[in-house]
Design a protein around this ligand. Structure first.
Ligand SMILES: Cc1cc2nc3c(=O)[nH]c(=O)nc-3n(C[C@H](O)[C@H](O)[C@H](O)COP(=O)(O)O)c2cc1C
Length: 192
């Protein structure tokens, strides 16, 4: 059990924002199942946009050639049992921070030797508009479905809820519980 671990990517610029609060609940769920998690706040990391040089596609044993903080993340992502991406809806889709990270996962697709194939994925999204359609949350969730389907990873669950001001999501007991359960599911799912 000690080796079970989950990487949590935080895609909001707000360290104490709604998506980060839900991600903490998920981390609690992971811990309650005897596993560990490590969280990364993308906004504070040096992660550059994909250059489309395709160097990562030329050699199956190489990550991206850009020498930035993705080099810290690549081995951790490959070794992790599961990955959580938590973030806000910005302009009807994922935040720029989240998208930077997703684009750089191009270097972890198949047939790469180090890839995310079969990885258990948890998605956490928060948004201001109460309606998941008009908020753009559905666009963001669809992005994750398509991206992880493309690389052969499996989305275990998606936890999402409406909240505008930082911290407001804490009042939504149902979604807070779902976030905790997501952590438990991610660990269980990695056992078969
Ligand atoms: C630049 C910006 C764009 C936003 N765009 C949307 C949007 O398109 N749809 C929506 O429902 N909420 C939008 N919001 C509200 C956030 O999604 C909402 O406050 C969310 O809970 C923030 O999560 P966080 O606290 O984890 O940052 C936007 C907020 C900002 C700052």
């Amino acid at each position: 059990m000690a080796n079970e671990n989950v990487v949590i990517m935080l895609g909001s610029p707000r360290k104490k924002g709604n998506s980060a609060i839900l991600a903490q609940k998920t981390a609690d769920g992971i811990k309650s199942s005897g596993a560990e998690s490590e969280s990364f706040f993308i906004h504070d990391m040096n992660i550059k946009p994909c250059r489309a040089c395709d160097k990562c596609q030329e050699a199956i044993d190489k990550y991206c050639v850009i020498n930035d903080d993705m080099q810290i993340l690549y081995p951790k992502l490959v070794q992790a049992h599961a990955l959580v991406i938590a973030g806000p809806v910005y302009w009807f889709t994922v935040s720029a921070q989240t998208k930077l990270f997703i684009d750089r996962c191009y270097a972890l697709g198949t047939p790469k030797e180090h890839n995310l194939k079969g990885k258990r994925i948890g998605i956490i999204m928060t948004y201001g508009d109460p309606d998941p359609f008009s908020s753009g949350a559905v666009n963001a969730l669809r992005t994750f479905q398509d991206a992880f389907n493309y690389i052969g990873a499996h989305i275990v669950d998606m936890v999402y809820g409406s909240a505008m001001d930082a911290g407001e999501i804490s009042a939504n007991k149902e979604v807070m519980e779902k976030a905790f359960d997501l952590g438990k599911k991610l660990v269980k799912a990695s056992h078969f």
